[in-house]
Write a protein that binds this ligand. Structure first.
Ligand SMILES: *Cc1c(COP(=O)(O)O)cnc(C)c1O
Length: 333
């Protein structure tokens, strides 16, 4: 299968870096518990993420774990977790796992934020926690930064800007961290080529993170992920160069999709593209029969009727996807 369903980086690391990692792993003290404070790794994260002074870092076993930890921290009967719809499904799922009430504010027709609806919902619901994916998954767009700032200012609780796709996007809220006392920025290295390592982090004021640390299980990031991720972050430029290739390939893939009659694409700041096409479910199945796996969003949220999401792969993978898509559409016509 050509696997284009989960926003994974299609590229392997350069051979010399893989050899370096093999040596690190061979010498790793896996008989010992990991450094619970993960000092080295946090320093590397601070540096590559250019965190403003005074900001702290909390590590998670993927950023999914951090969403859960944040929800656990504020959960009590009646507490609200607010996000937008359609967005990352884990916000709603984790809210229900921890017994919070989930409120999803609909996005506009073009998947932009509706600031008035958001501010009304914040006033009405007084959410303990707001999640905004920036860029948003599964739509791929960046929301209006000024609207997000108004939301942060109006929110009575924490606002988490989820930057899972930061490596592919034009903008970030990390430089704004020091300006708001209720803003946290969450990132993951999954989409940058480390999905299998499971490493995400939350950045924000030490006052918040020291409280959240109390809920983190001490050994949530193992010896090997700490070692390997720290080494890879020392070669962050290699990973960012791969992200740059993926961004260039994203433009080619977008043009190829736009050249197919009957497809409506949505522009993306992430490493995937959302598109709408008639008979989306049959097209998804036709692609699968032809050895290409993407993500079907049809049948989920009503705003995503007939929508499919494809991860930007290597040029060869994307060419196979486009050929299989064209073939499926021709056959269904
Ligand atoms: C992929 C993704 C995550 C979670 O990634 P992890 O692999 O758990 O670090 C979080 N938020 C968004 C918006 C995502 O797309």
């Amino acid at each position: 299968m050509v696997k284009l369903d989960a926003m994974e980086n299609p590229y392997l690391l350069p051979q010399d870096l893989r050899d370096e990692i093999a040596r690190l792993v061979a010498d790793a003290a896996i008989n010992r518990y990991p450094d619970a404070g993960a000092q080295q790794l946090k320093e590397d994260i601070r540096r590559v993420s250019k965190l403003p002074p005074g900001m702290d870092v909390l590590l998670g076993n993927g950023s999914d774990e951090i969403i859960q930890l944040l929800a656990l921290a504020v959960a009590k009967p009646g507490a609200v977790l607010l996000s937008v719809e359609p967005s990352f499904v884990m916000y709603r799922m984790i809210a229900s796992f921890v017994g919070m009430r989930y409120v999803g504010v609909p996005l506009d027709e073009d998947f932009s934020l509706d600031p008035k609806a958001m501010l009304d919902a914040i006033r009405r619901e007084q959410p303990a926690l707001v999640f905004l994916a920036y860029p948003n998954n599964p739509t791929g767009n960046l929301f209006d930064a000024a609207a997000i700032k108004r939301i942060i200012a109006a929110a009575p609780g924490l606002v988490v800007v989820d930057e899972a796709y930061y490596a592919f996007a034009r903008d970030s809220f990390i430089p704004h961290l020091a300006k708001y006392d209720n803003l946290l920025v969450m990132r993951t290295f999954s989409k940058l080529g480390m999905a299998g390592l499971r490493l995400g982090f939350l950045a924000g004021p030490a006052a918040w993170l020291s409280q959240l640390e109390k809920l983190r299980l001490p050994y949530n990031v193992g010896v090997l992920p700490q070692l390997v991720a720290a080494r890879l972050l020392q070669h962050h430029d290699v990973l960012l160069a791969q992200a740059e290739r993926i961004k260039q390939e994203r433009a080619r893939l977008l043009a190829a999709l736009n050249a197919i009659v009957g497809i409506r694409t949505y522009s993306s700041e992430a490493n995937f593209i959302l598109f709408r096409v008639a008979k989306a479910t049959q097209i998804f199945e036709g692609l699968k029969q032809r050895g290409v796996l993407i993500k079907s969003l049809s049948g989920g949220h009503p705003a995503l009727a007939d929508c499919l999401r494809v991860t930007v792969g290597s040029p060869e993978e994307d060419a196979r996807f486009i050929a299989a898509l064209q073939d499926t559409i021709n056959q269904l016509a």
